[in-house]
Write a protein that binds this ligand. Structure first.
Ligand SMILES: *[C@@H]1O[C@H](CO)[C@@H](O)[C@H](O)[C@H]1NC(C)=O
Ligand SMILES: *[C@@H]1O[C@H](CO)[C@@H](O)[C@H](O)[C@H]1NC(C)=O
Ligand SMILES: *[C@@H]1O[C@H](CO)[C@@H](O)[C@H](O)[C@H]1NC(C)=O
Ligand SMILES: *[C@@H]1O[C@H](CO)[C@@H](O)[C@H](O)[C@H]1NC(C)=O
Ligand SMILES: *[C@@H]1O[C@H](CO)[C@@H](O)[C@H](O)[C@H]1NC(C)=O
Ligand SMILES: *[C@@H]1O[C@H](CO)[C@@H](O)[C@H](O)[C@H]1NC(C)=O
Ligand SMILES: *[C@@H]1O[C@H](CO)[C@@H](O)[C@H](O)[C@H]1NC(C)=O
Length: 353
């Protein structure tokens, strides 16, 4: 009766030995070099919220490793991080695929050497920091899918080579910086056929919008409001038929809005307000086109194909006529503004929710 428990204990002890031998080779222990890179990073990015003390850095807050112990994810948004991004040991984490440091207080620039060493990067979010300087010559990797550099202090032109490698890019947001020069509208000519979102708003972009966006067949959102873009809207933009949002508020665009805008049947928001567009409205529209001196008999406009239209803002123009019956077919419409025109009669809007 005493033998069996003893055997069990012995077996248990053996199992314990076996497991304590096997397990450490299976868990995701971080590489020594990765740990020291992270530690020197932590010493430059002072944050009271980081508690990086244990041996295995793969279990630290914000850190994920792959099976070989390389750090792949570095996700520390809104952690009160303060410090310079470059030169920085971050560039030594060469297996990073996901980097999210948004809403911190990082300064410095995206120095080319540091940036290009992150050549496996897929997601880069540095939005809402104090980063400045010009962009490096190129995005670091053809794996890159999402780039958010918005709400920083970056300046200068976007280098023409910047998107050369970016064949998998789907989302690019540089709004709320001080970039200047041309909007890189040729972005889809040679690369990036998967682009869905482009946001260039609130910068100092100027000059004409070159053709090219029409090659962005997947483009759903294009924002370039609050810049100084001039000239005509390139006609090929009407080939981007998946567009849901198109915004050029507060620029210096002029000319007429092309009839081909009827191709954009998915459009939910068109904001062309505060530009210098003129001429008659084409056969249908959805939009914010206030203060544009648009003219013509509004009752001739055909709204029937704009089933996705959610807002129609035609205030402060020179439209005449009566509200067209086709507006009744815009079932998504939630807001409408027609004041300050020369419309006849009382327009009854009870069909809106
Ligand atoms: C980063 O890599 C460089 C070059 O490989 C090396 O000299 C440096 O010590 C590394 N820094 C850290 C913090 O590991
Ligand atoms: C820091 O981490 C250690 C070990 O991982 C833990 O024991 C300690 O409670 C943590 N401290 C804070 C303030 O989270
Ligand atoms: C970065 O983190 C913030 C906060 O969790 C999140 O809202 C944002 O979507 C993340 N960025 C990306 C590109 O996933
Ligand atoms: C694009 O991403 C896919 C995986 O999502 C990958 O297989 C492919 O190699 C990438 N393309 C390029 C040019 O890197
Ligand atoms: C781009 O980033 C800004 C924050 O800086 C955000 O407000 C905006 O919604 C983003 N653009 C799009 C189209 O999501
Ligand atoms: C623009 O960026 C600044 C920081 O550079 C930020 O404080 C501000 O909230 C941002 N504005 C918007 C509309 O996101
Ligand atoms: C409407 O047209 C008149 C006469 O051309 C012009 O004076 C006025 O400024 C225009 N209104 C708007 C809002 O552009």
């Amino acid at each position: 009766m005493l033998v069996q428990p003893y055997n069990l204990m012995a077996q248990g002890f053996l199992l314990f030995l076996l497991f304590s031998y096997i397990i450490p080779t299976n868990i995701l222990a971080c590489k020594h070099t990765e740990r020291s890179s992270l530690l020197s990073l932590a010493s430059t990015l002072s944050s009271p919220l980081l508690n990086w003390t244990s041996m295995d850095c793969c279990h630290w807050k914000g850190i994920t490793c792959n099976q070989d112990g390389w750090v792949t994810h570095f996700l520390l948004p809104s952690k009160g991080l303060k410090g310079g991004l470059s030169p920085s040991p971050l560039g030594n984490l060469t297996h990073l695929t996901h980097l999210n440091l948004s809403h911190n207080s990082l300064y410095g620039s995206l120095e080319t050497h540091f940036f290009l060493s992150l050549n496996r990067l897929e997601i880069l979010d540095l939005s809402y920091n104090r980063l400045s300087g010009e962009l490096p010559l190129s995005l670091p990797s053809s794996n890159i899918r999402t780039v958010d550099l918005s709400s920083n202090h970056f300046f200068g032109a976007i280098p023409s080579s910047f998107f050369q490698q970016a064949s998998n890019l789907t989302s690019f947001n540089v709004s709320n910086n001080t970039f200047k020069g041309y909007v890189p509208s040729s972005i889809c000519l040679h690369s990036s056929p998967f682009l869905r979102l482009l946001d260039f708003s609130s910068n100092e972009f100027s000059g004409n919008l070159a053709p090219g966006l029409g090659k962005c067949f997947e483009l759903q959102v294009f924002h370039a409001s609050h810049n100084n873009i001039s000239g005509l809207l390139p006609e090929d933009i009407y080939n981007a038929t998946k567009l849901e949002e198109l915004a050029f508020r507060l620029n210096s665009l002029h000319g007429a809005i092309n009839d081909k805008i009827v191709n954009l049947t998915n459009l939910a928001i068109l904001d062309l307000s505060f530009n210098h567009f003129r001429g008659e409205l084409p056969l249908n529209l959805e939009l914010h086109v206030q203060f544009n001196n648009l003219k013509g008999d509004i009752s001739k406009l055909d709204f029937s194909r704009l089933s996705q239209l959610t807002k129609l803002d035609l205030r402060h123009n020179n439209f005449t006529g009566t509200v067209p019956v086709s507006l009744y077919s815009c079932r998504s419409l939630k807001a409408i503004g027609l004041s300050d025109n020369h419309l006849e009669g009382q327009y009854k809007l009870r069909f809106f929710h």
